[in-house]
Design a protein around this ligand. Structure first.
Ligand SMILES: [Zn+2]
Length: 329
């Protein structure tokens, strides 16, 4: 009963600090889903029904946020209600906040491995379509979305943080030399929390657009005595997978990939809370340099190793030191 009473309490008009009238008493949120399609990036947009606010314009599905909802929860709900987005279709990669003072619109940016089926299922929505990013500006856009589109477009990329476990562990004297596997587990668990909570600001050298929060995928590369954490991580994810609503790819997965020479385990966390542990079969540095070269989108390598930093930069990745990462934990 309590649930029913607070449900949809965000519906209503309010006035922001700049004197505009906005729908959504506690702010509003939308979902900007993107996916690769035929070599380009596409986004899922809906056209608003003619009778509604800014009728006939295109924008991401979205609407009023309820008092008990996070921006992510509200955005995913709206996309499901308006566009029939399937559950687990996307992984959240970032949140952009348009703050008007006393009212804000948060655009939740989320990646899908491929365009998923979507259709108009709400009376507020007349049409739903995957649109190539380069064609978006030519549409009759909702004015708020049109203003934010250049920043949002720059954020439509996967992002991976590749963490040199040995180097990061070595930079904090917490007794790691007595139990390398235990230290690697502690680091993994802290990164899992960070992956779920998101990162409020990136190192400057990444030159990324100004989002309120980023949800990169963390790739923890372990070697030597710390390698056992990869197997433990895979086994553990089977039991905690029920919580997962993110990438949906849970459980152990040994890629046996010849080119990275690594065993790999993946875990889906909550939306955006993604971390996988890669056990380097040979040199951790080689595995890290190969990941920095091969992963798509923005890559940040966390290490203080001078030679490795050079290899990763040459591969097109950004690099930062363990101090930056440890300050986020
Ligand atoms: Zn306003």
């Amino acid at each position: 009963m309590v649930g029913a009473m607070v449900n949809r309490d965000g519906n209503g008009w309010t006035t922001c600090g700049q004197g505009h009238r906005h729908w959504g008493r506690f702010g509003a949120a939308g979902l900007l889903a993107f996916a690769p399609d035929d070599g380009q990036t596409c986004v899922l947009l809906q056209r608003r029904s003619w009778w509604g606010n800014h009728g006939g314009t295109w924008g991401p599905p979205g609407g009023a946020r309820d008092s008990h909802e996070s921006a992510v929860t509200a955005a995913l709900r709206e996309a499901e209600e308006e566009c029939a987005m399937p559950a687990d279709a996307v992984s959240v990669t970032g949140i952009f906040r348009d703050d008007h003072g006393g009212w804000s619109y948060q655009t939740v940016i989320a990646s899908a491995p491929r365009p998923f089926p979507a259709r108009a299922v709400s009376s507020e929505t007349s049409q739903v379509s995957w649109v190539a990013a380069e064609d978006v500006a030519a549409l009759d856009l909702h004015p708020g979305f049109a203003e934010q589109w250049p920043v949002l477009r720059a954020a439509l990329q996967p992002m991976e943080f590749i963490v040199d476990a040995a180097n990061v562990m070595g930079s904090r004297p917490d007794g790691w030399w007595r139990d390398r596997a235990g230290a690697a587990r502690r680091l993994r668990d802290q990164l899992a929390v960070l992956a779920a909570d998101g990162v409020p600001a990136l190192p400057e050298e990444m030159r990324a657009p100004p989002l309120e929060r980023w949800f990169p995928e963390f790739v923890l590369v372990v070697e030597g005595a710390a390698r056992s954490v990869a197997a433990t991580h895979a086994a553990g994810s089977r039991h905690t997978g029920a919580r997962g609503t993110g990438s949906g790819d849970t459980g152990a997965r040994d890629t046996g990939s010849a080119d990275t020479g690594s065993g790999e385990a993946e875990q889906a966390g909550q939306p955006g809370g993604r971390i996988r542990v890669v056990a380097a079969r040979g040199s951790g540095d080689d595995t890290i340099a190969e990941l920095a070269r091969d992963l798509p989108g923005r890559r940040l390598v966390v290490t203080a190793d001078r030679e490795l930093r050079g290899r990763c930069t040459a591969a097109g990745a950004s690099v930062t030191g363990p101090g930056w990462l440890l300050r986020q934990l």
